[in-house]
Design a protein around this ligand. Structure first.
Ligand code: HSE
Length: 318
């Protein structure tokens, strides 16, 4: 018989929300950057956060260890309340994703937490079943339950996850030979306040055009049609409302497109900016985007990922 698991460590990747065409319903996982959560059974009945550390190993200067204020503990609590055995839990959060970066930082913590806590359950849930619990954390951070960061962080790759189809999360085929470049300029944008500023009403013309681009982009991915990606990776609705809050955006986008990117837009609510491009041109696109960003006076970092970057995983249990 399987013994009880007392401690589990899980990693969950950062992600690109919206992917230009699918506001709140399309997301892409990123390789090489994410959050790690260690969940341990402890005496008592409550859930606590022992510490939140950054990549430098130091206690995180901004993130709260109050379990009611951290997306990791909020998501973990939701899962433990529903499926746990009532014992106490202690979390350690190792934060690899920059805060308020548009890289799905709150989702990565929530997903790493539910994946770690799931490994402590006598009968762990499937990855798909973890979605509602991870979304509880996301709801706290952005005051809305969009899954465009949680779903790719859980599953990896490109995922279509409109609220109308919850709890389904639909993986979209990765396109061979296409990579993402994600650039993070060193500034912060609060997703909840960015969302409050968005227009509530859109015309039928706008809706038709964006729906055509979303449908065309999804078909392009399924067919591996790179030229159709180039024609459809365009955000007509949200990017024009948000781009002015990222002063380097226009310059970075121009640089990416000059370097032959297939398309370029904000990642989530920004400030991060992503491009899709031919994999063999990804290093050139990343360099062009970084140089443009620095010309605007922002230090930055970039990551290149295949379209099938892995999702969350349990790294160890004992
Ligand atoms: N879809 C969300 C938004 C993602 O654009 O507000 C936030 O990262």
């Amino acid at each position: 018989m399987k013994g009880k698991v007392d401690t589990a460590t899980a990693f969950a990747p950062a992600s690109i929300g919206n992917v230009a065409v699918g506001f709140d319903m399309l997301g892409l996982a990123i390789a090489g950057v994410g959050d790690r959560v260690i969940a341990t059974r402890v005496a008592g009945t409550s859930l606590s956060i022992a510490e939140v550390r950054g990549l430098d190993g130091e206690i995180h200067p901004y993130l709260s260890a109050d379990p009611e204020q951290n997306t990791a503990s909020i998501a973990a609590q939701a899962l433990w309340d529903a499926r746990g055995d009532g014992t106490g839990l202690e979390l350690k959060v190792l934060k690899g994703v920059p805060l308020q970066s548009g890289m799905g930082s709150s989702a990565a913590s929530a997903v790493a937490a539910v994946v770690a806590v799931n490994a402590l359950l006598d009968s762990p849930l499937s990855t798909l079943q973890l979605l509602p619990y991870a979304l509880e954390g996301e709801k706290f951070a952005s005051a809305a339950q969009h899954a465009d960061n949680v779903a790719p962080s859980l599953l990896g790759g490109l995922v279509f996850c409109p609220e109308s189809l919850y709890p389904s999360m639909i993986p979209v085929s990765p396109v061979a030979g296409v990579s993402s470049v994600l650039l993070h300029p060193e500034m912060q944008i609060n997703t909840a306040s960015s969302r409050k500023k968005l227009a509530r009403g859109y015309s039928i013309d706008q809706w038709l055009k964006q729906q055509g681009l979303l449908g065309g982009f999804l078909l392009a991915c399924e067919r591996g049609d790179v030229e159709l990606i180039r024609r459809t990776l365009i955000d007509l609705l949200i990017e024009p409302q948000r781009s002015s809050s990222v002063p380097c955006f226009t310059g970075v986008k121009e640089a990416a497109m000059m370097a032959n990117a297939l398309g370029c837009s904000l990642s989530g609510s920004g400030p991060s900016i992503f491009a899709l491009c031919a994999s063999q041109e990804a290093a050139k696109v990343a360099t062009a985007m970084e140089q443009a960003c620095r010309r605007f006076g922002y230090e930055c970092q970039s990551w290149i990922s295949p379209m099938n970057a892995p999702g969350a995983r349990v790294e160890s249990t004992k």
